[in-house]
Design a protein around this ligand. Structure first.
Ligand SMILES: Cc1ncc(COP(=O)(O)O)c(C=O)c1O
Length: 436
């Protein structure tokens, strides 16, 4: 090629949550039964779609209008319905003009960073959900800028770290929060969110809040939406999706709610560019959008969310209890989303640790890919080869802390217990092996 055609951010496009599958598939082909705990897809893990949601979708399939394009910004009735929901909460008030639909939040994230000026940076959490951190890094051509989530404080954001980074780096145009958080399962209290809003106000930055799991929240306080705390002085966006709450991840339907657009002409122009970019694609998936008002206003909806939240709360409690009093291991009980992070403080994992691998071919394969693996990736590879359980190393969530993320999605109760008991016993064996 006479011209280098590779984007300067190409190396930042890493999504270990799926990449680890390639290794798992090789191990499976060599005869190991796999248990996939890497991806947040409730359907893949056996969750059944509520029959009344299926009925709504079936009825929509019968209507020809569901098969056409919709408005670029999204179906207007659905946008009005969602704006009204925001306004009913109290706090910021918006109209249908402040809601923008995308083909899932994955698409929204690609546009948010793809059409942001390269020099403008967004400060995001570490550990981070990789779609967000990779997209921000790829847009800037540099490593993602992060603030710490603190395991010793229940994975709460380090506010001092946030303020210092914002204060001393004027390329930071905004702060990103994920609430409830992926991968830690933390839910942020209102006071914490208010403090972050105050930092944004003080330094004239925007606030982006990923609320994918807003309705998968089993904390005592329940969901605090960005709209409830942002007030009228800070520009912001909440990212919402039906992927995890219907759940319908394959529907590829998400939207952003924009707050205080008129407050800053630069922010308003940027938001317009997102719509203009979407216009080139015509529109986002029509039928899932049309289903939203019908599902959200169905008499079964609130109970549906409640039952799922009770189920995840119980799973979070059981899973966490497997790691109670385990030396060298820290687990914070998740309060939202459906992931649990097993964290190992510095110095616990060593690169002489190992697990027995029964299958010789699998052992040979694993040994060939262990070289240069980070300490938590090494553990994850041994877990794969020895137990068939596929989890994701914490260092692949834009983070220098070691550990792994496992899901709480297994629907078979006996298997759920087996997963966490096996993880606990294998970790104990792995840590022990380092002593000999
Ligand atoms: C925090 C977070 N944001 C965004 C997404 C993307 O969701 P969607 O299916 O709407 O693209 C996910 C998916 O796992 C997620 O965990």
């Amino acid at each position: 090629m006479r011209r280098n055609i590779v984007h300067s951010g190409a190396d930042a496009l890493i999504y270990e949550i799926r990449q680890i599958v390639a290794i798992g598939k090789k191990i499976e082909a060599l005869g190991v039964t796999m248990t996939w705990e890497n991806i947040g897809d409730p359907i893949q893990k056996g969750e059944k779609i509520a029959p009344w949601i299926k009925e709504i979708v079936k009825d929509l399939v019968e209507e020809d209008t569901s098969w056409g394009y919709t408005a670029t910004q999204g179906d207007s009735h659905t946008r009005k319905f969602l704006a009204e929901k925001v306004n009913q909460r109290g706090g910021a008030s918006i109209t249908d003009e402040d809601i923008f639909f995308f083909n899932g939040l994955g698409d929204a994230v690609a546009k948010i960073f793809g059409f942001m000026r390269r020099e403008a940076r967004i400060l995001g959490p570490s550990p981070a959900y990789s779609t967000l951190s990779s997209a921000e890094a790829a847009h800037s051509g540099y490593e993602h800028l992060t603030y710490d989530l603190l395991p010793e404080k229940g994975w709460m954001p380090d506010l001092e770290d946030i303020e210092n980074k914002v204060k001393y780096n004027d390329s930071i145009a905004g702060i990103l929060l994920i609430n409830p958080d992926n991968p830690t399962g933390a839910v942020y209290p209102k006071s914490m969110m208010e403090e972050i809003v105050a930092i944004c106000e003080k330094y004239d930055c925007m606030l982006i809040c990923d609320e994918t799991y807003a309705h998968v929240n089993y904390s005592d306080t329940g969901s605090i939406h960005l709209s409830e705390v942002i007030g009228d002085k800070v520009c912001g966006m909440a990212l919402r999706s039906i992927s995890k709450e219907f759940p319908w991840p394959g529907g590829r339907c998400g939207w952003i709610e924009v707050f205080n657009k008129k407050r800053d002409p630069n922010f308003e122009r940027y938001i317009k560019s997102l719509l203009d970019a979407k216009m080139l694609e015509v529109c986002s998936t029509t039928l899932p959008q049309l289903s939203i008002p019908k599902v959200y206003s169905h008499p079964n909806f609130l109970n549906h969310l409640k039952e799922r939240n009770e189920m995840f709360k119980e799973r979070a409690r059981i899973a966490t209890s497997y790691f109670d009093n385990m030396k060298g291991v820290q687990v914070v009980e998740p309060k939202g989303a459906f992931y649990l992070t097993v964290y190992f403080p510095p110095g616990v994992l060593k690169n002489n640790m190992e697990l027995p691998i029964q299958n010789k071919a699998v052992d040979d394969y694993i040994q060939s890919i262990l070289t240069n693996a980070s300490e938590d990736r090494r553990l994850v590879l041994y877990l794969l080869a020895s137990t068939g359980i596929c989890v994701v190393p914490l260092t692949s969530f834009c983070c220098d802390k070691h550990g792994f993320r496992v899901t709480l999605l297994e629907t078979d109760t006996e298997k759920f217990h087996w997963v966490f008991k096996t993880l606990r016993d294998s970790i104990a064996k792995y840590l022990e092996s380092g002593k000999s």
